[in-house]
Design a protein around this ligand. Structure first.
Ligand SMILES: Cc1cc2nc3c(=O)[nH]c(=O)nc-3n(C[C@H](O)[C@H](O)[C@H](O)COP(=O)(O)OP(=O)(O)OC[C@H]3O[C@@H](n4cnc5c(N)ncnc54)[C@H](O)[C@@H]3O)c2cc1C
Length: 405
């Protein structure tokens, strides 16, 4: 039987970063991924700001395109924030995960592709993991001191099959990767284009992100208050995506390179288990994803980095400080994520189409591109709050004066 210090299940951004970070510290890691190849689940749009590139030493080869501008298209009008310099990137999601797996190997650890986690059992001071090699159909047993659940929204390792999970907010997205003519591509390059409002989005937002070589990512995401009916959900987001291609991009000449999608399951108030019975959770498996924008890659990698600190400590000293891992993460994100939940609920479910348009118009008039990036990606709400406070104050003053005369 093969033995490792840590077995990480799932080679997404969270699992890849956890394995990379632990391997670099000299820990003997096994990274296990159920797909044979990362192109088979290339589901993420992977748009983000520039900061994560530095934060995680992500090489240029993983970047598909840079963006300078943000545009929000509402039902009536489009609102743009422009810049002369690069503000962010769209990564090649497949290459990002390949890179993290290669790094894990480079630091002396092992990666197994096409291997699916099936079950675990605790044996004295170890975990016994059963994995199915989907290529040879053989079952493999592996012994580890710790197991990492990096399986994303389904949390396959932390929770056994029929075990109750915390209450979740649900979301789903569909995305088409299409190749278009040069002149069409040129209209959409250098910008992240989001759709809000009832014409181009339903209970969420839609998008067009540029990749390299005349390739665009076009997609739609939707939040669900109740349970996800996977088939219907895919249907609505697929219909919107196709509507954007035919009626907004208005291109007849295009080639579909890939159709993909995914789901989001986010625990309201970050109630997930971060550690239980020799299993540590990272990434979407502990609701690291931001509930408003569905931005999750950076936060998946941050949880991986943070967890690896406590995993190393556990391996070296035997001290279990995983409650500190949970506290640390919640201290950093809980309030910001709660504000994001609140603003997502208003924007996606409660606002009328006019309210959405007015809100975006207000942001466009009052916010610079840096303010909008701070609010959308960095969850710094100081400026929006100050502006809203000033606006409310002026309005109250105006009403007060009106009453006086
Ligand atoms: C349509 C869509 C668009 C998105 N766009 C963006 C974006 O623009 N920017 C951004 O930052 N985020 C985006 N996200 C969110 C982001 O992709 C996720 O938050 C991020 O991928 C989470 O990383 P993770 O490693 O926790 O989980 P995942 O990326 O889901 O990785 C989990 C891995 O575990 C593997 N796995 C699952 N079960 C098993 C098993 N039994 N055995 C072995 N392996 C298993 C899966 O195959 C997968 O590779 C988007 C998400 C979706 C669905």
């Amino acid at each position: 039987m093969q033995e490792f210090d840590v077995v990480v299940i799932g080679a997404g951004p969270a699992g890849g970063q956890t394995a990379r970070s632990l391997a670099k510290k000299g820990v003997k890691v096994l990274l296990v991924e159920k797909y044979k190849d990362f192109s088979l689940n290339n589901f993420s749009s992977a748009g983000m700001t520039l900061e994560p590139l530095k934060e995680f030493n992500i090489p240029e080869s993983v970047v598909a395109a840079y963006w300078n501008d943000i545009v929000i298209q509402c039902t009536k009008k489009s609102y743009a924030w422009s810049s002369n310099s690069k503000k962010g990137v769209v990564l090649d999601f497949k290459k990002l995960r390949e890179f993290l797996a290669q790094e894990t190997k480079k630091y002396g650890s092992k990666v197994m592709m096409g291997c699916k986690y099936e079950s675990k059992s605790i044996l004295n001071n170890h975990v016994l993991v059963t994995i199915l090699d989907t290529i040879s159909s053989k079952r493999i047993e592996i012994k580890a001191k710790l197991l990492v659940d990096a399986t994303g929204p389904l949390r396959k390792v932390m929770y056994d099959k029929d075990e109750l999970q915390p209450e979740m907010v649900l979301g789903s997205g569909t995305e088409y990767e299409i190749e278009v003519e040069q002149e069409v591509y040129d209209k959409f390059k250098n910008k992240l284009l989001f759709f809000l409002g009832h014409k181009w989005a339903i209970k969420g937002y839609s998008w067009i992100f540029p990749m390299q070589n005349r390739i665009l990512k076009v997609g739609a995401g939707k939040t669900h208050i109740q349970s996800v009916d996977q088939e219907n959900t895919n249907k609505t987001t697929r219909i919107i995506t196709e509507k954007i291609i035919s009626e907004y991009i208005k291109t007849k000449e295009y080639k579909i390179i890939d159709k993909h999608g995914g789901i989001l399951r986010y625990s309201i108030g970050l109630k997930d288990k971060f550690y239980h019975n020799k299993v540590v959770g990272v990434g979407d498996a502990v609701s690291a994803i931001n509930p408003r924008g569905g931005e999750g890659i950076r936060y998946a990698m941050q949880t991986g980095e943070l967890a690896s600190k406590y995993i190393e400590e556990y391996l070296k000293t035997g001290v279990n400080n995983f409650d500190k891992y949970r506290k640390n993460w919640r201290n950093k994100k809980l309030i910001k994520w709660k504000l994001s939940e609140y603003s997502a609920r208003r924007m996606y479910s409660r606002y009328t189409d006019n309210q959405v348009e007015n809100r975006v118009n207000f942001l466009n008039k009052n916010f610079t591109i840096n303010d909008i990036i701070d609010s959308l990606f960095n969850f710094k709400y100081n400026k929006p709050f100050t502006r809203l406070f000033q606006y409310t104050f002026l309005k109250v003053q105006f009403l007060f004066k009106k009453q006086k005369f």
